[in-house]
Write a protein that binds this ligand. Structure first.
Ligand code: ADP
Ligand code: MG
Length: 320
């Protein structure tokens, strides 16, 4: 199978069909209609085998994750996803792998109305680079900056589950049964908080998605907002599965320091709490927990029952 047959067979019409795609896969570039009154929101994220997922990881899960991590960035901006581009570097054109990958990617794309409009295909170490594009009403995007002293800090879902799932896959955490599959599933198939991110527009004062660890990403939000943050360790939502397999102490470490959650971490001014309650009052809304508050100053503090806990370092590809 040659490069062009490969593109035609697997990627020429993947994802949702959208009327705003004037020209998709097949020419030198795509032509896309951005609606009036909207800003284009663009992000890109790369997954490298052995760094972002273990060698031999299921192809469909790789396809899902590659899009999910990008849709999570759009969610954190409060954007509505529309289009994606896919730069794929493959060691070989393995049909079974490509079929699985395309199916996993398509499942999430269709669920969020995303059309694949172009990309690039090359040979080399398995590397998947996705670009996601979406819209926000002009001026309405959520940002990392905007949090003020007195704002409350919230997180969606169950931070730490995905990192524990990866630890299970890598044999660094033991356990079986339903708890194991629940945690592994959170790593394999993160659910980007796309709808909820849009509902946070006009409610959250600042927002970031948790990809490198809750404490580290809160540090980034606080730094961008030029404020400090206090997290109460006892308020961290820990899933039953995480608690069961990791125990309370290690569960908290996963929740604070583990990456790959793709949950939203955001701040809400006290006056906007009613707005948050409305955003949460839909069947599709994720669980949402207040874990601390924004304070004057700089940096993140994690307060436990017996004083401050050490601050976990976030994931950094170039850390010494
Ligand atoms: P060029 O050589 O002009 O850059 P390519 O041969 O790389 O063009 O790509 C041909 C068409 O196929 C383009 O529309 C491109 O966007 C699309 N394409 C290539 N690889 C992929 C892919 N992995 N997924 C989606 N579209 C792709
Ligand atoms: Mg060209």
């Amino acid at each position: 199978m040659g490069e062009f047959e490969l593109i035609e067979r697997y990627f020429a019409s993947l994802g949702a069909a959208r009327a705003d795609v004037a020209l998709g896969v097949g020419d030198d570039a795509a032509l896309l209609e951005v609606p009036a009154g909207r800003q284009l929101v663009a992000c890109t994220d790369t997954l490298v085998e052995g760094h972002h997922f273990p060698r031999g990881f299921d192809a469909a899960d790789i396809g899902w994750r590659a899009l999910a991590v990008n849709l999570s960035d759009l969610a954190a901006m409060g954007a509505e996803p529309a289009w994606a581009m896919l730069a794929l570097t493959l060691p070989a054109a393995n049909e079974e792998w490509l079929e699985g990958f395309a199916a996993g990617f398509a499942a999430l794309a269709v669920a969020h109305g995303v059309a694949l409009v172009g990309g690039d295909t090359t040979r080399g170490t398995l590397t998947i680079s996705v670009q996601a594009l979406g819209f926000v009403p002009s001026g309405a995007a959520l940002r990392r900056r905007g949090a003020r002293a007195g704002d409350l800090v919230y997180v969606t879902g169950w931070p730490g589950d995905a990192a524990a799932g990866l630890a299970l896959l890598q044999g660094q955490l033991a356990g079986g049964g339903a708890a194991r599959s629940a945690l592994e599933q959170k790593f394999r198939r993160p659910e980007p908080r796309v709808g909820f991110g849009q509902r946070l527009r006009g409610v959250a004062s600042a927002c970031i998605d948790v990809s490198d660890g809750l404490a580290a990403d809160l540090g980034r939000l606080a730094a961008a907002s030029e404020v400090g943050a206090v997290v109460r360790a006892t308020e961290l939502p820990l899933s039953q599965a995480l608690f069961q397999l990791a125990g309370e102490g290690r569960a908290r470490e996963f929740a604070l320091g583990g990456g790959d959650d793709y949950e939203l971490l955001f701040t809400v001014p006290p006056a906007a709490r009613a707005g948050l309650a409305r955003a949460c009052a839909t069947a599709a809304a994720p669980a949402c927990h207040c874990i601390g508050e924004i304070v004057a100053g700089r940096g993140v503090r994690i307060v436990g029952e017996k004083g401050d806990l050490p601050l976990p370092r976030g994931w950094d590809h170039f850390a010494a």
